[in-house]
Design a protein around this ligand. Structure first.
Ligand code: SAH
Length: 394
């Protein structure tokens, strides 16, 4: 029998709303259990309501992976294999093609699997364990993913969660076979080298696939500036769509080098593509007015915590204001925020503030979000983190 957490009487609503995070205040008492253990959650009448990963000591004491009133064998391998297979089939049906073999296979709560990220790069799968509960299932997860036909599986635990939840898995291969150091992938026909071992996150920003495809539609014959360019995601799409030229700017030397390598892989070099290892704020300050028809602004999450929200707001505003002041009349700005703490509404207000200060007329032509391989659990709206606006600036 699994151990139980009993919810307080006034907390039934928590269950009705199926939010996967159970906070410590919702429980009648906290049993002495191991970190990451699978537990049952019962209501005050002792009826089963959910299964979850336990995290004593955290504010979020349990992360639910199944809301149900009828018992399920959640310790069985078959249960997890099925969960992973369902996620795989959604991607197979709607995303994977001869043109695209890089995608997120498991998006944590969005795939009802709290604490697990799994990204597919061609024949390599990169896992990120965000909580102990997911990490304890490592052997089952690796087996389930191998059964889907992937030979090489690499685990990369996030440093922050290692601190929070005593994660054990070191970075390295967890499949029987050791794979390559880097891997080449295809995304909508564009070729990219992904350095999943040394690169940021799991190696590539898969969540921007659709926005990159949209940029391609605007790029023919245009002078494009791609800021926070990382390994050149947006740049390569613009080049393949016959931009006049593309400039990539990122502060990371290694990312800039890889963006040049990726441009070459797709048949582009200077002067069509040039990449600069520089701070974006400095670059925008010294940039000439009217130098670009299109500017992409895809900064890292400025607001990681609620406290840093004010600074983040300033950062986004300054960035967008500079781009609006300097873009060629009639130009297009692709602007994004991936801070989960900045809501779509707030982001829109920040952009409004920048537009008003720039004194220019601004139209919203399109709005973007994360791709379908980053699904949002409807009961867990926090999972919708990526917001984008395509602006035309008169
Ligand atoms: N648009 C990219 C992903 C951007 S991730 C893609 O589609 O792949 C954010 C990037 O911003 C990282 O590569 C990071 O190195 C870079 N960065 C962070 N702060 C920066 C700054 N002040 N100036 C320049 N680059 C910065």
């Amino acid at each position: 029998m699994l151990k139980q957490i009993i919810l307080r009487k006034d907390k039934d609503r928590v269950i009705h709303n199926k939010h996967p995070w159970i906070f410590s205040g919702a429980a009648e008492s906290l049993p002495p259990l191991e970190e990451g253990e699978i537990i049952q959650i019962v209501n005050h009448e002792r009826q089963l309501v959910a299964y979850a990963f336990y995290a004593p000591g955290n504010q979020i004491i349990a992360r639910v992976f199944e809301f149900t009133s009828s018992p399920k064998d959640v310790n069985a391998k078959a249960y997890w294999v099925q969960k992973i297979r369902t996620a795989f089939e959604i991607r197979q049906s709607f995303l994977v093609s001869e043109q695209t073999n890089a995608y997120r296979l498991i998006h944590a709560e969005g795939d009802f699997f709290p604490g697990l990220i799994a990204d597919v790069y061609n024949n390599v799968v990169v896992l990120q364990f965000l909580i102990k509960g997911a990490e304890r299932l490592q052997a089952i997860i690796v087996d389930a993913i191998s059964r889907l036909g992937f030979e090489y599986i690499f685990a990369k635990s996030k440093k922050v969660s290692q601190l929070l939840e005593n994660m054990d898995i070191p970075t390295g291969w967890v499949s029987k076979m050791q794979g390559p150091d880097r891997v080449e992938v295809l995304e909508n026909g564009a070729r990219f080298i992904v350095d999943f071992q040394e690169g940021q996150k799991t190696g590539f920003f898969l969540d921007q696939r659709d926005a990159r495809a949209l940029l391609a539609e605007f790029s023919a014959g245009k002078k494009v500036l791609n800021t926070f360019s990382y390994t050149g995601g947006f740049s390569i799409y613009a080049l393949l769509a016959e931009a006049e030229f593309v400039h990539s700017v990122d502060s990371s030397e290694s990312a800039i080098m890889l963006s040049e390598e990726n441009a070459a892989l797709n048949g582009f070099g200077a002067p069509k593509h040039e990449a600069f290892a520089e701070d974006v704020f400095d670059y925008l300050k010294k940039m000439e007015h009217g130098a670009y028809d299109i500017i992409v602004l895809d900064p890292p999450a400025f607001a990681k915590t609620a406290k840093s929200l004010i600074n983040a707001t300033r950062g986004y505003k300054e960035l967008n204001l500079k781009a609006m002041q300097k873009i060629k009349p009639g130009g297009i700005i692709f602007t994004f925020s991936c801070s989960q703490k900045v809501s779509r509404d707030l982001f829109r207000k920040i952009i409004f503030g920048a537009a008003a200060d720039s004194g220019r007329n601004v139209r919203i032509l399109a709005q973007t979000t994360q791709g379908l391989d980053h699904p949002v659990n409807i009961y867990h709206p926090e999972n919708e983190y990526l917001k984008g606006l395509v602006l035309q600036v008169e």
